[in-house]
Design a protein around this ligand. Structure first.
Ligand code: FES
Length: 154
């Protein structure tokens, strides 16, 4: 699957108000933050069991908003959920493209390595290393994923 820019179908007002397509985790009990990690109980997060889905994690004692996607290639990826353009709006994965895109009017689009490839975003977004441990997904919030691991080329 190659990386290309495609626009997610969103309504005008959804873009104007920055309403993302990706839902927030309903199961607040299904995740917590400990030792610099976001720890997600995958049994309690059925949304992340289907390839192509994504979920956003916000609140509690998270240092920032996090977007977790379970890609069409069945790999988990995690990003800081904050566009680097001035509105700092939330991001959504775009099916079939290996990209994530700002929900705002500017539609800044980033590759899985975090680098911007379309739109007004001036800088990359943070990509976090992840690890599956049993039923848990660990997201390392204070580490930065290297480019080759983020793009899945290793
Ligand atoms: S806030 Fe993302 S493009 Fe403007």
């Amino acid at each position: 699957m190659k990386m290309e820019v495609r626009f997610l179908k969103r309504g005008f007002f959804q873009r104007l108000f920055g309403i993302p397509a990706t839902p927030k985790s309903k199961q607040q009990a299904g995740w917590n933050v400990s030792s610099g990690m976001l720890i997600i109980d995958l049994n309690k997060t059925p949304e992340l069991q289907n390839a192509g889905n994504a979920m956003r994690f916000e609140g509690k004692n998270l240092p920032g908003r996090v977007l977790v996607i379970y890609g069409e290639d069945k790999q988990y990826r995690a990003f800081e959920n904050r566009c680097t353009h001035v509105g700092h709006r939330r991001l959504d994965p775009v099916p079939g493209t290996r990209t994530i895109q700002c929900c705002s009017v500017g539609k800044s689009t980033y590759g899985f390595d975090g680098n911007p490839i379309y739109g007004p975003a001036p800088k990359p977004i943070k990509t976090y290393p992840v690890q599956v441990k049993g039923n848990e997904l660990h997201v390392f919030l204070f580490e930065q994923l290297t480019e080759s691991r983020a793009s899945g080329s290793s």
